[in-house]
Ligand binder design. Structure first.
Ligand code: ADP
Ligand code: MG
Length: 247
């Protein structure tokens, strides 16, 4: 087979790493007298590595994190009541296999969005489909989809993820329709997609943003079943940093 026809076929098959490496590797194989299988195996492992790396990059882009906050940059010492081992174990991702929810609850400024993003980045690197929303953004999308008679389609699209992060539950109360749609969405995704929810509100106060007792009970019932709850207690991290700087 001519080289240009080989190049053409590799291009058609999207085997870019093999295309980039087969010639140099063939020389190495000749010099070192590799069996054919070794040459082939090395070429394919280069292709696999490249695809894995590209998939990770794509997953992170598609997740639309507001800021790329890593767990490695989180100072656990600043918030001793948060169990570092628990967070590190969660980042390994077994909660995703069983679609368990994670709820991060506590006052503003304690790192909930940071930790939620860190968990999301870890999930992307494991190849999972992740999407970050503020709860308000998601409710707006649901409302718009419903008006356009596209709600089932949006719910199907959401269900193709392994993880949805819903940030800032509790800051903005919902309209009755918004609350109803959020409930419907969470119900549709239960046991299919993991949800990470961050909130400043203890469960007892969720009714104040959802506006309906029965709906709140229903939502909490779905979210707290098999859930991991991370409590953030302490003083705002930035506030403390400023205090330290001024001292
Ligand atoms: P929350 O979502 O709980 O309101 P954020 O995650 O937005 O808090 O944190 C506010 C800012 O402080 C962010 O820039 C975050 O990276 C930083 N931060 C908070 N806690 C920590 C921490 N323990 N270690 C490192 N950075 C932190
Ligand atoms: Mg936040």
């Amino acid at each position: 087979m001519s080289q240009s026809s080989l190049n053409q076929q590799l291009k058609t098959l999207h085997m870019t790493a093999i295309a980039d490496n087969y010639q140099a590797l063939a020389q190495e194989a000749t010099t070192a007298n590799w069996p054919y299988e070794t040459y082939l195996a090395r070429l394919f492992s280069l292709e696999t590595e490249r695809r894995t790396r590209n998939r990770r990059i794509r997953r992170i882009k598609e997740a639309r994190f507001p800021l790329p906050k890593e767990l490695a940059d989180f100072d656990f010492a600043a918030i001793p009541r948060l169990n570092k081992q628990q967070v590190v174990a969660l980042a390994e991702g077994s909660y995703l296999a069983t679609s368990d929810p994670i709820i991060l609850v506590g006052n503003p400024g304690l790192g909930k969005t940071h930790v939620a993003t860190g968990l999301g980045l870890a999930a992307c690197r494991q190849g999972h489909r992740v999407r970050f929303y503020t709860v308000t953004q998601l409710v707006n999308e649901l409302t718009y989809a419903q008006q356009e008679h596209q709600l089932p389609r949006l719910l199907e699209k959401l269900a193709r993820h392994q993880l949805l992060i819903l940030d800032e539950f509790g800051y903005v109360p919902f309209s009755p329709l918004g609350a109803q749609l959020l409930f419907q969405c969470c119900s549709a995704l239960t046991e299919k997609v993991s949800l990470i929810i961050t909130t400043n509100l203890p469960f007892g106060e969720w009714v104040s943003v959802l506006g309906d007792e029965r709906l709140t009970t229903g939502l909490l019932d779905r979210l707290t079943f098999r859930s991991h709850i991370l409590e953030f207690v302490g003083d705002s991290y930035r506030f403390r940093q400023r205090q330290l700087e001024m001292a």
